[in-house]
Design a protein around this ligand. Sequence first.
Ligand code: SF4
Length: 355
Amino acid sequence: MPILHSFAPAPQPGLPEEIDGLPMRALPWTQATGRDTAHLYERVKAVIPAVEWQFFAPYVEAINALKRERNAVILAHNYQTPEIYHCVADVVGDSLQLAREAAKTSAAVIVQCGVHFMAETSKILNPDKTVLIPDGRAGCSLAQSITGEDVRLLRERFPGVPVVTYVNTSADVKAESDICCTSSNAAAVVESLGAETVIFLPDEYLATYVASKTRVKLITWKGHCEVHERFTGEELRQFRESDPSIEIIAHPECPPDVIAQADFTGSTASMIDWVRGRRPKRVVMVTECSMADNVQAELPEVEFVRPCNLCPHMKRITLPKILDSLLDLKEEVVVDPMTAIRARRAVERMVHLKS
Ligand code: SF4
């Protein structure tokens, strides 16, 4: 179905550009640390050189000990770096998988290794638990593209039209929504409402992709992921020209000319499942770079061609900051209780949606 309208976001303050992963507490490497973490190094040795592991291992050991003491669970998004994803995380996945696990956990403390809207989602689903993010400045260009006030204005302009918002939004925006979605379930969520027209916010490219999968008409917003919007169909055509047997898989936050070049399009979790199931010889994974590293660690026989775009917000999360977060119980994520109640309705409606 065609996109009906597309609205521009109001100007927002600039996103942070700095990436600072310097250690805050110096932890020494010892032979004992090497021995005790050897089983974890096995998981990442395909992507982390031994010399780098000597820096990571003391933090991995300290974090794993401290999280047991704190009764904490570490949730890590697929875009986290391999030493976090494979060596300290208890649960890994895309936004939907992390939201589902956040809803189920019995831990007292949740450490969210991802960006701020993900930590807010965990807090919304667990109002009585302590939710921490190791660096509160880890934002998201999509989440910053729209406010709760923008959604209220759209509702006034299109009375009675239901609002679906991507989870990459603030708690204020979720609170104004009928239901949330992720890139895994967006088309199913849109269709679950039984409406002819839906306001779908804020990712314009995800909306274009969803519109190709449903007969529901979509009213959209001009929000973009600053990582995925940088890929181009032209660079993918060049990869294919240089090796016609190469497989290309892309995330639906990419522009339409990129999606048009892909053999498969799906959420980060579906992309990983696709590679695990198909075991291609060479694959271009068109999404944030660390995900290819994480899958490469598991499947060293697959050659990943990386048109590499890093998310500067995801990369704010580092092992030293996770350790500091657990030691000092910072930075605690706070959501206004009334906003949380309304946002929870939209998130839970998505989490409980039958696929
Ligand atoms: S990759 Fe894009 S959508 Fe994901 S957190 Fe970074 S800016 Fe946001």
